[in-house]
Design a protein around this ligand. Structure first.
Ligand code: GLN
Length: 257
């Protein structure tokens, strides 16, 4: 078995440390002796190669970089992304990335950026004078399909922790939220929702990075990638996540205090 992790625009979309999600997925595969490779997807990637991912990761970015990325993604690359996500190829998209997967993003300055329209959501930046949403965030998983999988795999659907830092406010249309905020701003600081969940795509404002802090989500993504590619249900060999779990619980205690 071999998995290819596609990494969206590593140079332009690595401002917020979400590269840790790529490392986490890669290592958790290697520790199980699953063959894995990381494929950067950027301006130098031809259309044929752009299709070769089994799992995709997109990190946060600043407004200016998001605009460059969107220009490059228009056309065939956008179609590929849409088709693969619609098919159920799993992915984790953080902050600037979900903004691009939505219908549009209105940045603090400059022109509205048209999104890929894969997720039914819109994002608006209220302007540079309005405070950004910054701080630790905790949320409970909303989609029952994901919560049930996690319960089956780990005996519970744990509360997710992360760190958010965004100016844009996201409003969901006809798409499920990923989480219900326990602490923090979430999508917009108003409706109590965090992120979005569509097919096997996890979209979130939680940096941290998300997956090393919440490794159960990394394993869920790996399992889904294998299911999609090999049409086979598998159980992953459990790893010793004692430290990560302790860290998550300590963080929860701190932010809920
Ligand atoms: N530029 C976007 C915003 O400020 C995304 C930020 C991010 O990816 N952390 O909303």
């Amino acid at each position: 078995m071999h998995l290819t992790i596609g990494w969206l625009y590593p140079k332009l979309m690595s401002t917020y440390g979400d590269r840790g999600n790529v490392i986490c997925l890669e290592r958790r595969c290697q520790w199980r002796n699953l063959d894995v490779s990381v494929l950067p997807l950027d301006q130098n990637t031809d259309v044929k190669t752009f299709q070769e991912f089994d799992l995709i990761v997109g990190g946060g970015a600043q407004d200016r970089q998001q605009e460059i990325v969107m220009r490059d993604l228009q056309g065939k690359k956008a179609e590929i992304m849409k088709e693969k996500i619609n098919q159920g190829i799993p992915g984790v998209f953080t902050c600037g990335s979900p903004q691009l997967l939505g219908k549009y993003y209105e940045p603090a300055m400059g022109q509205k950026i048209e999104g890929l329209g894969i997720l039914d959501l819109v994002t608006k930046h209220p302007g540079q004078n309005v405070p950004r949403c910054i701080g630790n965030v905790a949320f409970d998983i909303v989609p029952s399909i994901l919560a049930n999988d996690l319960e089956e795999m780990f005996g519970e659907s744990p509360t997710v922790v992360g760190f958010e830092n965004h100016g844009g406010r996201t409003y969901l249309g006809d798409v499920s939220p990923l989480g219900k905020v326990v602490k923090g701003y979430g999508n917009n600081g108003e409706d109590g929702f965090e992120g979005a969940f569509y097919q096997n795509a996890v979209a979130t404002y939680a940096h941290g990075p998300l997956l090393p802090k919440n490794p159960f989500l990394a394993d869920w993504l790996i399992i889904k990638a294998i299911e999609q590619k090999y049409h086979q249900k598998i159980t992953l060999i459990p790893l010793d996540d004692t430290l990560a779990n302790k860290g998550r619980k300590a963080m929860l205690k701190k932010i809920l205090a």
